[in-house]
Design a protein around this ligand. Structure first.
Ligand code: GDP
Ligand code: MG
Length: 437
C-alpha cells in the first residue's frame, strides 16, 4: 500500500495545481493501493466517493503543493472513517460484564488478559471467565493468562454449558467483591450458526454490559465478512484489533470499522500482556498512507531499546550532535531480526532501506553497513561532509563495497540525522511523554 500511495502522489508532484483530471489519476492510484492492502471492495468504493466529493468541493490552495493537498484530503477522510475514538470501558456498575467474541485465533484469550491487566492498573479487580469449552486447552490457557496478570479466573471442571459458566462467574464476582467479569467465549475457524447461536444465548441470558469483537489485524478480505456476521448477531459495542505489531498496514481496520460502525477501542501490538494500546485514528491513517508513524516508532523504540543507550543518544541529540558513531551504535542496537525492518518501515523516507533489508540476509546487511562506518576515520564519522571522492574510494575499498554504497549509507544517515534533529527540539522524552497521555 505504501508504495502504491507513494507513487500515486509522485505523479502529482511538479504539477501546478490540483485539477479534476490529475486528481482523478491520483485517486485511482489511491483506490488501487487500498485494494492491494486488502481493504474490502465495497469499503474502498464508499471511501473513494467520499474523498472525491470532498476534494471536488474544495478550493485549490495555492500555498500547498497538489500532492500535499490530496494527501491531506485522503488523510482526513481516513481519520474520519477510522474515528471517533472511545477507549473507555465504562466500568461504573457494581459488576460490569464484558463479553469478548471473535473467530478462533483472533486473540480473544490474550486480549482478555490484557484488559484484566489494564483494569487492574485502574484499581479495579477483574475476573476472567473461561467460557470457551470448545477447545480442551482453552481453559488452561486462560488460567496461565490470568496468573500472569494477577487476575482471578473462573472455570468449572468438566463443564459443558458455557451459558451456565458465565452466569456462575457473574455470581461469583458479586459474592467476592470483584468489579469486572470478562467472558472469554469460544471461537470457530469460520463463522457458523452454532457458534452464533451460542453467543446470542450468552448475550441474552447473561446480559453483558459491553460486547467486544476481537479481530485479527492480519486478516484481509475475510475480516469484513466475519465482522458483519458478528455485528448482525450481537449488538457490538467496540472492536479490538490484534496483531498490529506485524507488518499489516491496517487495511482490515478500515473494513471492520466501516461495516460495524462501532468504535475501535484498543489495538493489540504484541503477544505480551502489556501489548494493548488505545486506538489513534490519526496515527493509523498516516501509517496506512505511508507517511511514517513516528509515534509508533518511538513506542517500539522505547519498548525494545536499551534504555541507557537511548538516554545517551538523546543527550547527544539535544546538543545537536548526532554522528555516524551514534548511527553505528543504533545499528547495533537494532541488529535484531525483524526489529530493524519494522522500525525503518515506519520512518518516512526509510522504506527503501527497510525493503533492502527485507528478505535479504539481515546480519550480512548490518555487517555491510557497520563495515563501511568502521572503515572511516574518526573525523569522517564525526562529520561525513568531509568525505570527498578520494576518501569515498578509500572507504569503499576498506569495506569491500562500491563507492555508490558508501554514498547511499551517507544519504541514509543524513535523512536519519535530520529526522533526529528535528525531533530533538522537544526531546525524545517529551515526545514519549506526549504519547503516554
Ligand atoms: P483466541 O483463539 O481468539 O482466544 O486467540 P488467542 O488469544 O489464543 O491468540 C491466538 C494467537 O495470537 C496467540 O499465539 C497469541 O499469542 C497471538 N496474539 C494475540 N494477540 C496478539 C497481538 O496483538 N500481537 C501478536 N503478535 N500476537 C498476538
Ligand atoms: Mg481463546
Amino acid at each position: 500500500l505504501q508504495d502504491g500511495l507513494r507513487s500515486a502522489f509522485k505523479t502529482l508532484r511538479g504539477q501546478g495545481r490540483l485539477t479534476e483530471s490529475n486528481m482523478r489519476e491520483g485517486l485511482k492510484l489511491v483506490e488501487n493501493a487500498l485494494l492491494e492492502a486488502d481493504v474490502s471492495y465495497i469499503v474502498v468504493k464508499d471511501f473513494m466517493k467520499d474523498v472525491s466529493d470532498k476534494a471536488v468541493g474544495q478550493d485549490v490552495l495555492k500555498a500547498l503543493k497538489p500532492e500535499q493537498q490530496l494527501v491531506g484530503i485522503v488523510n482526513q477522510a481516513l481519520i474520519d472513517l477510522l474515528g471517533p475514538v472511545d477507549p473507555t470501558l465504562k466500568l461504573e456498575k457494581d459488576v460490569t460484564v464484558l463479553m469478548m467474541c471473535g473467530l478462533q485465533g483472533a486473540g480473544k484469550t490474550t486480549t482478555c488478559g490484557k484488559l484484566a491487566r489494564l483494569i487492574g492498573t485502574e484499581g479495579k479487580k477483574a475476573l476472567l471467565c473461561a467460557a470457551d469449552l470448545q477447545r480442551p486447552a482453552a481453559v488452561q490457557q486462560l488460567h496461565v493468562v490470568g496468573e500472569s496478570v494477577g487476575a482471578k479466573v473462573y472455570s468449572e471442571e468438566g463443564a459443558t454449558d458455557p451459558i451456565a459458566v458465565c452466569q456462575n462467574a457473574v455470581k461469583f464476582a458479586r459474592e467476592n467483591g470483584l468489579d469486572v467479569v470478562i467472558l472469554d467465549t469460544a471461537g470457530r475457524l469460520a463463522i457458523d450458526e452454532e457458534l452464533m447461536q451460542q453467543l446470542k444465548t450468552i448475550d441474552l441470558k447473561v446480559q453483558p454490559d459491553q460486547v467486544f469483537l476481537v479481530v485479527d489485524g492480519m486478516t484481509g478480505q475475510d475480516a469484513v465478512n466475519s465482522a458483519k456476521a458478528f455485528n448482525e448477531a450481537l449488538e457490538l459495542d467496540g472492536v479490538m484489533m490484534t496483531k498490529l505489531d506485524g507488518d499489516a498496514r491496517g487495511g482490515a481496520l478500515l473494513s471492520v470499522k466501516h461495516v460495524t460502525g462501532v468504535p475501535i477501542k484498543f489495538i493489540g501490538v504484541s503477544e505480551h500482556m502489556d501489548g494493548l494500546e488505545p486506538f489513534h485514528p490519526d496515527r493509523m491513517a498516516s501509517r496506512i498512507l505511508g507517511m511514517g508513524d513516528m509515534v509508533s516508532m518511538f513506542e517500539i523504540a522505547q519498548r525494545e531499546f536499551d534504555q541507557e543507550q537511548v538516554q545517551k543518544t538523546q543527550e547527544r541529540l539535544q546538543k545537536g550532535q548526532f554522528t555516524l558513531d551514534d548511527f553505528r551504535k543504533q545499528l547495533d542496537q537494532i541488529a535484531r531480526p525483524g526489529l530493524m525492518t519494522k522500525m525503518l518501515g515506519l520512518m518516512p523516507g526509510m522504506g527503501e532501506m527497510s525493503k533492502m533489508l527485507q528478505g535479504g540476509d539481515h546480519e550480512k546487511e548490518m555487517k555491510r553497513l557497520g563495515g563501511m562506518i568502521d572503515s572511516m576515520t574518526a573525523a569522517e564519522r564525526n562529520d561525513p561532509k568531509v568525505i570527498d571522492n578520494s576518501r569515498r574510494q578509500r572507504i569503499a575499498k576498506g569495506a569491500g563495497v562500491s563507492p555508490q554504497e558508501v554514498n547511499e549509507l551517507i544519504k541514509q544517515f543524513d535523512s536519519m540525522a535530520s529526522l533526529m534533529k528535528g525531533m530533538a527540539g522537544g526531546g525524545m522524552s517529551s515526545a514519549m511523554d506526549m504519547m503516554r497521555k
